[in-house]
Design a protein around this ligand. Structure first.
Ligand code: TMP
Ligand code: ASP
Length: 237
């Protein structure tokens, strides 16, 4: 597999073509952004930690029967993935209220959400990722009804697998964001799963172990990600 020209640079990852049109190289950078790109900093080791964290989670999900774009690690900060046509919406499941749902609905931060909620957001920083629903997705042609059904089903299956994984390691999976794409007609999980795109709290203390440490200027961001990785038994060095 030969790495070719850069195709796209996102806020935290860069994407490179390869000599095979079905595969891309995903590079995890140290850039850390919040508030739709308004706050950006370089955090030492974050690219490497998120790359290895993501590899572990994607392999765990694949073993549980959830199709993902992940193929294999290529190095400290790079992974080989399938080249998908991305669906431009973000799927968010919440098990506990935190973040935007608290601001939008005035519900109590930290309350259990039973059953968990599901929300779609349009992936558009300029518009601050507005919430959208199934009707917007259909009317504007972002995805078919079958794709929407598949994204919801897969996102909830991810919840079953990961809630237990984190619970067994002494953590609460508060919420998370997933992105999907199509690969040869099939909807599969893309992007990444790392503490950049989810909320994780220590089960006993409810200390934050995710990107809220960066958003809220609490410090110890990468140290917290490394703590999560260590509790899951992920080897970083
Ligand atoms: P929110 O509380 O800001 O709506 O975010 C819910 C979860 O989804 C949180 O873990 C952060 C993640 N998320 C992203 O990583 N990127 C996004 O663009 C959005 C909207 C949410
Ligand atoms: N909207 C997400 C966040 O606040 C992602 C980003 O803006 O970089 O973390």
């Amino acid at each position: 597999m030969e790495k070719r020209a850069e195709l796209y640079a996102g806020k935290a990852k860069s994407v490179f073509l390869t000599d095979d049109p079905d595969y891309l190289v995903l590079q995890f950078r140290n850039d850390t952004s919040a508030f739709d790109g308004e706050k950006v900093e370089q955090l030492d080791r974050k690219g490497m930690v998120n790359n290895k964290f993501n590899a572990f989670i994607m392999q765990t999900l694949q073993a549980a029967g959830i199709p993902t774009h992940f193929e294999r690690l290529l190095g400290d900060d790079e992974a080989l993935v399938k080249r998908m046509a991305m669906i431009p919406v973000e799927c968010v499941v919440r098990n506990i209220a935190a973040g935007s749902i608290v601001r939008r609905l005035g519900v109590q931060d930290g309350m259990d959400l039973n059953p968990p909620t599901f929300e779609f957001f349009l992936k558009n920083d300029a518009l601050h990722d507005p919430m959208v629903n199934d009707y917007h997705i259909r009317t504007f042609g972002w995805a078919s009804d079958e794709d929407v059904a598949q994204m919801k089903a897969l996102t909830f299956r991810v919840n079953e697998v990961l809630k237990k994984l984190f619970d067994d390691a002494g953590m609460l999976l508060v919420d998370y964001k997933l992105e999907f794409g199509r690969f040869h007609g099939q909807v599969i999980l893309g992007d990444e799963f790392s503490p950049d795109g989810c909320r994780l709290w220590d089960k006993q203390t409810r200390n934050k172990l995710d990107k809220d440490r960066f958003r809220q200027g609490l410090g110890g961001v990468v140290e917290a990600y490394e703590e999560v990785a260590s509790r899951l038994g992920i080897k970083l060095d």
